[in-house]
Design a protein around this ligand. Structure first.
Ligand code: COA
Length: 426
């Protein structure tokens, strides 16, 4: 079987999380991802949150599988020559440098396009054009400026960020789609183009339903929000909705058996209208099926607190897994709160390759999230992340066609190794 993106060469200038998420996905689909790193330094995450001394961190290894690493000083004249050759050879350049970095390196889009008109240049920035375009941005900045934080948390609490990395990994996903779309477009036109994804835009896209609610506010209160049933007036902006469901069907997180000791003994319970009758039977309130206070979704809205308190009395008699089994028999949507420990040990996630064990020469075995997108004719294997500069010579020779003398000259000019090492050797 060939991989879907086999033959596509990616010049990977990404670092930290957002860009590496994107290029890791492309690598899983079969692209040859050549990660260009600063000599002696590399992607800063190699050394961040280290758990094993002298080994690349999990932060780095879990975001850079299936890639090759070349160290290259792109500010060195010889390094610029090599970079030019990489641009001539590769199909896509992906970067998430701070604003203006590629230009300062001497490789603005116009120059890259002139060197290789077929090249696609894909960039992640914190903000699109506008007042904040020059700002550096990290995950939580994007969550706060993209509408997620203002709509996450409890009404009477501070805005909250979420553990899902929607700013970084979410934008990486958006960019990957932009790249494969541009590759498809190139097959028809022969031309490369620029692909940009701003983290604020990516987060806002994921918060689309909240912009929906912002506009609904102009026409009256948001009746499916708990605060409506509690008689609390709405302001002029979408409020934080705690664990209310975003889809209009009332939902809450409820305690299950063992909640006193286990912080994850909870289940998400949705009182979806079509399954209201089985819900009433399961919780032991069959008369609610016909009672005028409970029989219709509209009648239930002002009574959601009472309803969920009653449902919770039932869920507290079951473990989250027992409750899930019982509810799913009746097609009642629910979600046990699974801890990272439970997910790491989940046999079905291991079987599908969504959770994989990877071996690394310096750190040994570790768990990672494999490719969550499954292609039937192009299955992903997860291979370990590269050591810093592990493939420098191989890429110079096999991908760029330099001979031994040329490689020696590039090295001699200081384009491949860290400057302090050179000084010590001289
Ligand atoms: N050789 C020589 N220099 C290199 C190099 C190489 N191979 N690779 C990078 N550099 C240099 C760059 O030229 C730049 O130098 P300059 O500022 O003198 O022009 C510098 O290293 C890196 O700059 P930058 O990308 O701004 O890194 P940073 O650590 O200062 O900022 C971010 C990090 C993430 C804030 C920033 O890159 C950013 O805002 N990125 C866009 C948004 C984003 O993706 N954020 C989420 C990250 S998960």
């Amino acid at each position: 079987m060939t991989k879907a993106l086999e033959g596509v060469k990616i010049l990977d200038f990404t670092h930290v999380q957002s860009g590496p998420t994107c290029t890791q996905l492309l690598a899983w689909f079969g692209a040859d991802v050549i990660k260009v790193e600063r000599p002696g330094v590399g992607d800063i995450t190699r050394g961040q949150l280290r758990d094993v001394p002298d080994a690349d961190s999990l932060y780095f290894t879990m975001l850079n599988h299936n890639k090759r690493s070349i160290t290259l000083d792109t500010k060195n004249p010889k390094g610029k020559e090599v970079l030019t050759r990489l641009i001539q050879t590769c199909d896509v350049l992906v970067e998430n440098f701070g604003p203006g970095v590629l230009d300062r390196m001497g490789f603005p889009w116009e120059k890259i396009h002139a060197i290789n008109p077929k090249m696609i240049v894909a960039s992640i920035k914190g903000f699109g054009p506008g007042p904040y375009e020059d700002c550096k941005v990290y995950e939580n900045v994007a969550q706060c400026t993209g509408g997620s934080a203002s709509t996450t948390g409890f009404r009477d609490g501070v805005p909250l960020v979420t553990g899902a990395q929607i700013g970084d990994s979410g934008t990486g996903l958006h960019l990957a789609l932009g790249i494969v779309t541009a590759l498809y477009h190139r097959t028809q036109t022969g031309e490369g183009q620029r692909v940009t994804a701003a983290m604020q835009d990516g987060v806002l896209n994921l918060c689309r339903v909240k912009l929906r609610d912002q506009q609904r506010l102009a026409h009256g209160p948001l009746t499916e929000y708990s605060q409506y049933g509690e008689g609390v007036d709405f302001d002029d902006a979408v409020p934080r909705a705690a664990n209310d469901s975003g889809g209009g069907q009332p939902g809450r997180i409820l305690k299950c058996k063992g909640w006193e000791k286990d912080p994850n003994a909870y289940i998400y319970f949705i009182t979806q209208a079509p399954v209201w009758e089985p819900i009433c039977d399961i919780i032991g309130e069959p008369e609610w099926k016909t009672h005028s206070d409970f029989a219709t979704p509209k009648a239930r809205l002002p009574r959601l607190n009472q309803i969920f308190e009653r449902i919770e009395q039932w869920t507290m008699t079951k473990t989250k897994f027992e409750a899930m089994d019982i509810l799913n028999e009746q097609d009642i949507p629910c979600g046990p709160i699974l801890s990272m420990k439970e997910l790491a040990e989940d046999k079905s996630l291991r079987a599908t390759g969504t959770v994989v064990e990877v071996d690394h020469p310096k750190r040994g075995k570790y768990l990672s999230v494999g490719n969550p997108i499954k292609l039937s004719a192009s299955p992903s294997e997860v291979t370990r992340s590269p050591l810093l500069g592990e493939h420098t010579d191989e890429i110079l020779r096999d991908v760029l066609g330099y001979n031994d003398n040329e490689v020696a000259a590039i090295r001699g000019a200081g384009a491949l190794d860290p400057a302090p090492k050179r000084a010590a050797a001289e």
